[in-house]
Design a protein around this ligand. Structure first.
Ligand code: PMT
Length: 222
């Protein structure tokens, strides 16, 4: 096998948005399409990995040979990702755009229109990436960071704070890149280096990322 391949590695990837219910017919979510995470899952599979893809609600077909486990909320995503890591995991990649907050309760019935103003009370969601990276048996962990300003500083802060092996900084302020688009441009940071990739298709960026991750994993094994 090539030095960059993921042959025989067990990989868990999160992708897509989460959906946080307000009442039976409404929710809070975001513009993630899942494309970046699905492209990474396909690239990791093509590099020889066994891939479990924990996916929020998206309208994409499962990449061939990849096991998709669908979830809705951030709490579901944490449970499904933790269970997948419990089954054995060498590499965890978090591309999902998880809602940081959820409504503190989900109304049992549809909320009626009445007063001119209303407010929702929100509570913090659990952080899947920080939870997996903080495990005693943590796999090699790669996070994404979607930022609009000071991308490099916030991304490297996040890498240190969440104890990550690598972070992929996504400038989501650039038009036509990032959320819900075909293309992307990222800068990857790891302790001791950085590399910018793109603008390019998400499939090409995914292949390059998988090669870089394979290199770093290989170095750790040496
Ligand atoms: O899905 P696409 O349309 O293809 O778009 C791709 C993308 C822009 C969504 C993707 O490339 C990306 O940047 N994903 C991260 C989006 C994000 O919400 O970043 P963040 O800075 O809020 O979160 C940082 C990291 O922590 C991410 O790896 C995220 O998955 C993880 N996280 C965050 C909060 C939380 N509760 N749990 C998490 O696991």
């Amino acid at each position: 096998s090539t030095p960059t391949s993921l042959t025989g590695k067990r990989v868990v990837i999160t992708a897509g948005p989460t959906r946080e219910p307000i009442d039976p017919v409404r929710y809070i979510s975001n513009h993630s399409s899942g494309k970046m995470g699905y492209a990474l899952a396909g690239a990791a599979r093509a590099a020889g990995a066994h891939v479990v893809l924990v996916s929020g609600p998206v309208s994409l077909p499962a990449p061939s040979g990849v096991e998709v486990r669908p979830v809705l909320t951030a709490e579901d995503m944490l449970k499904a990702a933790s269970a997948a890591v419990d089954e054995g995991c060498d590499l965890f990649i978090a591309t999902a755009a998880v809602a940081d907050y959820r409504p503190d309760t989900c109304a049992g019935d549809k909320i009626k229109k009445s007063s001119e103003a209303m407010s929702l009370s929100l509570v913090r969601n659990p952080d899947t990436l920080a939870t997996i990276a903080g495990r005693a048996d943590a796999p090699f962990t790669v996070g994404f960071a979607a930022e609009t300003t000071e991308v490099a500083r916030y991304a490297t802060d996040k890498m240190q704070r969440k104890k990550l092996n690598m972070i992929v900084a996504n400038d989501v302020s650039a038009p036509g890149l990032g959320f819900n688009s075909e293309n992307n441009a990222v800068t990857v940071f790891w302790p001791g280096g950085q590399e910018s990739i793109g603008p390019d298709s998400k499939a090409s960026i995914a292949r390059r990322l998988v090669a870089m991750i394979g290199d770093q994993l290989g170095k750790m094994a040496d």
